[in-house]
Design a protein around this ligand. Structure first.
Ligand code: PNS
Length: 178
C-alpha cells in the first residue's frame, strides 16, 4: 500500500508524508526520543501524540506529559507535539497522516504491537504502522521502570532528559509529603 494517499486535496499535496507517533509518554524517555529522531529521518513531519486517556493511572497529567515531550524534542526539526483522545486512527486521519510509528524494543513488545497494528489497519486500511528499533542502549528502557527506579531513589539521569528527571523528583517528593 502506498504511504501517500492517491487522492489528495490541494492543501495536502505539498505536505509530504506525515507520521503520528502515539503513546502514553508517562513520562517520555531517551528511548522515545531516539525513535522520534529516527522517524524524522524518514518522514516529512512527525506528530508526537500523547494519549489523554491511558488505561493505567498515569503519574503525570496529560498537560504535564505534553509539556515534558515538548521540552524534550525542542530543537528536533519536523516534530510537533499534541494530545489526543479516542480512536487513534481517527486522530491520524484528522492530522492527514498515513503512518503510525511505534518503537519495538524486544520480542516481548511484539505481540501487543502486532495486535494493535492489525486492529488499526482493520479500522482504517489507509493507516500503515511501522516499527522502529531504538538504539541498543535503550532496548531495556521503559517509562514504567524509570518511574519505579525514581520512586526508590535510583539514578535515572542516563535514561530520561534532565527536565523529566526533575519533574519526577518533584512528583515523588510531593507524594511522600502527602
Ligand atoms: O505508550 P503506550 O501506552 O503503549 O500507548 C498505547 C496507545 C496510546 C498508542 C494505544 O493505547 C492507543 O492507540 N490508544 C488510543 C485508543 C485506540 O485507538 N485504541 C485501539 C487501538 S487498536
Amino acid at each position: 500500500m502506498a504511504l501517500k494517499r492517491n487522492v489528495l486535496a490541494d492543501d495536502e499535496k505539498n505536505m509530504g508524508i506525515i507520521a503520528v507517533y502515539p503513546g502514553s509518554f508517562d513520562p517520555i524517555t531517551n528511548g522515545h526520543i531516539d525513535v522520534i529522531k529516527r522517524a524524522t529521518m524518514m518522514f516529512d513531519r512527525v506528530c508526537v501524540a500523547v494519549a489523554r486517556n491511558v488505561e493505567k493511572t498515569p503519574l503525570f497529567t496529560v498537560g504535564e506529559r505534553v509539556a515534558l515531550v515538548r521540552s524534550s524534542v525542542r530543537g528536533i526539526r519536523k516534530v510537533t507535539v499534541d494530545e489526543f483522545d479516542g480512536l487513534l486512527v481517527r486522530y491520524v486521519r484528522r492530522k492527514k497522516a498515513t503512518v503510525v510509528v511505534r518503537g519495538l524494543r524486544a520480542v516481548s513488545d511484539f505481540e501487543y504491537e502486532f495486535q494493535m497494528a492489525l486492529m488499526n489497519r482493520k479500522l482504517d486500511r489507509h493507516v500503515e504502522t511501522i516499527f522502529l528499533m531504538p538504539k541498543n542502549d535503550y532496548t531495556f528502557l521503559s517509562s514504567r521502570l524509570v518511574k519505579e527506579i525514581a520512586v526508590l531513589g535510583g539514578d535515572v539521569s542516563q535514561l530520561v532528559p534532565p527536565m523529566v528527571e526533575k519533574a519526577m523528583h518533584r512528583k515523588f517528593a510531593g507524594r511522600l509529603r502527602d
